[in-house]
Structure formats: C-alpha cells, structure tokens
Design a protein around this ligand. Structure first.
Ligand code: XMP
Length: 317
C-alpha cells in the first residue's frame, strides 16, 4: 500500500473538502480505530471536531482514566460522559446477548444524541469503520445479518441524520496501526487489543451484576498483565477473560467452595473474520490460572478455549 505519510495528507484534504466549516462529532473509545479517526479529523478541521467518550460501565480496569489521559495528551477535544449507572440499570436481569447489544446500542445512541444537541449544529459524524467492517456488514446482509449486530457499525448515522466521515474505510487493521504510529500515537494505545463496544457486558455470560463485573474486571486485568509480561500481548490478536454463567465445586483448605468459572480466550487473527486459538505455552497458562484463582475472589476454576473461528466466534456472546 501507499505510504502512510501521503495517506495522512490525502485523508486530511478529503475530510476538509467534505466537512468544510461544519461541526463534526465522533465516538471515541480509546481504541486504535476511533482514536486514529479522531486524530485525522481533528488535523483536518481542528476544534470543529468534538470527540465523545462514553463510559458505559463495562470498560476494563482503570480504562476510563488511562484513555482520557492519553487522549488529552494527543490534544483531542474530548467530551467525557460517565453513564455507568445508567447502563447497568438498563441491563438488570438481561441475559440474551443480542438484547444486551441492543440495549447498550440504543442507550449509547440516546446519550450521543443528548451530547450532540448540547454541542449544537452538528452535521457530520466521524466513524472508524475499517475495510473488513464494510465487507462484513455487506456480505452478512440478508437472513444472517444478525449473526452479531456489531454496534459500532451503522445505527448512529440513520438515527441522527448526520453525514458520515469514514477515513479508514479502505484500510485493514495493520495499516491503521501503521497510521497510528505515523500520527504519533503512543505504542501502548497502538497495540491495544480490539475491545467490543458493549465491552465486558458481552463477556459476562448471563446476568450482569456489580459483583460479576468486579470478578471479570480483575480477571481481565490479570490476563492483560500476564500476556504483556510474557511477551505474548503483541503477538496475539486478542486475549481476554470470559465469566461463565455457572458455578463449580472446588476445595480451599478444608472447605468446599462453589464458585465462578473463568474462561480464557486468546486468538491469532489478521482481520477477525477468521481466527485460531493461540498455542500459549503451558507455563503462561499455568500462571494465568494460578493468579486468577488466587487473586480474584469468587473464582475457583479457569478453562482455556481451544475453538477456532469459524465455527466459533472470537467473543462468547
Ligand atoms: P466475533 O465474536 O464476531 O468478533 O468473532 C470479531 C471481532 O469483533 C469484535 N466484536 C465486537 N466489536 N461490537 C464491537 O464493537 C460488538 O458488538 C462486537 N462483537 C464482537 C470482537 O472483539 C472481535 O475482535
């Protein structure tokens, strides 16, 4: 592909031509796609872009703080909305994966609309849609359109009648990362694993409660930390923990326990359309299991997911 420097020039010019003096908003998650999008757009139109960062309460441990400080350093104008309790309330008792996505998607749109109204006179919406998203949402149209309704594709523009700005439409993930480095994003942000819009909500199988969120958040933090320490974080596409909706029997000292099970999911992939489970070394797996069981209150068993996509998906919901 063409070199990234000229891509930046070209994309900036195109955005400027399209948006002119109009106001643009974008949803920022701190992920590489949305951040690169925001950086490109802000390069083109400066403060006429407001990036909205909604905390839906399903972020990882310390994620909101970390991301916010990164974004500020990058010079983006960020509107931070902490809507954690609002989302948690809406999801009470909901176990169906698609319902979770639908509720989170709708609530997200509501918040986004409220913010847009507050900002006023918004005409454009910037989105970090990548080439595989474009293909996947086209080729999955029809009966299978709802295999999984990724909430970051579509939805917002139709509801809000905004013109779309999608500077990454023709890029693959590895190209976006290259672009991110070109734009001066810190390595830590550039190499962050993909994280779904609905966040931990779709990794908690069954009902989402504050306690189950705490368990998954702690387990997830250990997974990330150990993958980084062992040098595997950068080698894999994604690695995370999933909280299963069952309890199993265990033993601690003289006591019988009846506690939660965490599944580990670590996969290799190039574009998330297909994936294979990562052959992590046994000692890495052993450390992960030992640390999660010892350190996360309420977990007494850890399993490793050895399924590829297809027929499994990367996420469990
Ligand atoms: P699946 O589970 O479909 O995941 O194999 C493929 C990639 O997409 C991510 N993913 C999502 N991202 N909203 C998102 O923004 C979603 O609802 C969603 N579901 C899955 C997943 O993490 C993987 O990288």
């Amino acid at each position: 592909i063409w070199d990234m420097h000229s891509f930046v020039e070209m994309a900036t010019r195109e955005i400027r031509e399209k948006v002119g003096n109009g106001r643009c908003i974008c949803a920022l998650s701190g992920g590489v796609d949305s951040t690169v999008t925001a950086l490109l757009v802000s390069r083109a139109i400066g403060d006429n872009l407001t990036s909205i960062f909604v905390n839906n309460g399903f972020l990882r441990k310390n994620e909101a703080e970390t991301v916010l400080s990164f974004l500020k350093k990058l010079g983006l104008k960020v509107d931070y909305v902490d809507a954690s309790s609002r989302f948690l309330e809406k999801l009470k008792g909901v176990v169906d994966p698609e319902k979770k996505r639908k509720i989170i998607g709708e609530e997200f749109i509501k918040i986004f609309e409220e913010e847009a109204k507050r900002i006023g006179k918004v005409e454009f919406l910037a989105q970090g849609t990548l080439y595989p998203d474009v293909i996947e949402s086209v080729s999955f149209k029809g009966p299978s359109a709802t295999i999984k309704s990724h909430h970051n594709v579509g939805g917002l523009p139709e509801v809000m009648k905004l013109d779309l700005v999608e500077p990454l439409r023709e890029l693959f993930k590895d190209e976006v990362r290259e672009l991110a480095l070109e734009l001066g994003m810190p390595e830590e942000l550039v190499w962050r694993h993909p994280f779904p819009g609905p966040g931990l909500a779709i990794r908690i199988l069954g009902e989402i409660t504050e306690d189950r969120l705490r368990i998954l958040r702690e387990a997830d933090a250990i997974v990330i930390e150990e993958l980084k320490k062992s040098g595997w974080y950068r080698k894999v596409w994604q690695g995370f923990a999933v909280l299963l909706p069952i309890r199993t029997v265990g033993v601690m000292g003289d006591e019988r326990t009846y506690d939660h099970v965490v599944a580990l999911r670590v996969v290799d992939s190039v574009d998330a359309m297909t994936a294979d489970w990562t052959r992590l070394p046994y000692d890495v797996l052993a450390r992960l299991s030992m640390r999660i069981i010892n350190e996360v209150d309420g977990v007494n068993r850890v399993c490793y997911d050895i399924s590829s996509k297809p027929p499994s998906t990367i996420e469990w919901e």
